[in-house]
Ligand binder design. Sequence first.
Ligand code: GTP
Ligand code: NA
Ligand code: MG
Length: 345
Amino acid sequence: AKRTTDVLRAPVICVLGHVDTGKTKMLDTIRRTNVQDGEAGGITQQIGATQVPASAIKERCKMVKDFDPEGLKLPGFLIIDTPGHESFANLRSRGSSLCDLAILVVDIMHGLEPQTIESIKLLVKRRTPFVIALNKIDRLYGWESNPRKDVRQLIKSQANSPQLEFKERLQKTVAEFAEQGLNVALAWENPDPNEYISIVPTSAFLGDGIGNLMAHIAQYSQTTHAKKLAYCEELDCSVMEVKALPGLGTTIDVILVNGALHVGDIIILAGTDGPIMTPIRELLMPQPLKEMRVKNAYEHFPVIKGAQGVKVLAKNLEKALAGLPLFVAHREDEVDLLREQVQEQ
Ligand code: GTP
Ligand code: NA
Ligand code: MG
């Protein structure tokens, strides 16, 4: 299939990390929503997806010193939220398998925790590039928040005590990553992005550093990973969740990385009783900056191009399996081959 780096698709970005490090809060701050407060016990129990358009990235990154909004080539981000609770290892694994790159959220007060280490192992195994958000910097004693300031300047402008505490906790975290065999460095001190993983200090709660984090990801993905993000017509689509919804029946939430889905396309996907083949009845998407897993006023589309999180309505999805690829049969003679591919998964 044709590939050119002239047209980039949105990178699919997975947010991973130990329970309660602030993954959902970070997305809430980016979206200006409040999904986290509505979660039972404050615990994420599903994978979510949010489209962040280029306009929102530009707006958020205004205060970042070395970011040029005119130079943004990406149409946006597609961000996948995952649970950090230990019992949802399957969802972390699924999320990390769907993404181009990841944000690993670490609580600066706690350093590396068991599911941080589990997440690192998933990312290293799949060779997924990632960025570290060293979160909850507002909890450093005496911290003065200012989300409208570049976080590098913001750290410099703090009183002695929070600056010192920041340095100590950063060094401790760097040492813990070294124990896992990883070199990490503050994003603006990173000597070589191919060897060192960048750290961006953040407060998901107050917004400090969120602009820097988004700018860093935009820069990093459109330079170092431009080839991978070249829009390609070949379909790359996976089932993220299977959900029964009142009035809609059983639907599937898919991550469409590349290619397009059309209403009427014959999709072939894995099911508990063998491959399912069914025509797409409707294609829905939440509005930009709305979470897919929260009940929304979905918008209808005749065709959707990647990368997007898409809700697919079709018959016979009751036995669909999540976490596996979905195919489209364009010609009659492809059907048997695709069914075999699905069967083999
Ligand atoms: P799971 O999805 O359950 O793994 O948790 P999570 O990583 O999504 O964390 P969540 O967003 O649920 O935040 C956990 C708690 O930490 C909430 O009470 C948040 O308000 C709080 N929190 C998150 N980020 C920050 C931060 O930057 N600063 C402070 N002070 N609190 C934060
Ligand atoms: Na939580
Ligand atoms: Mg969460």
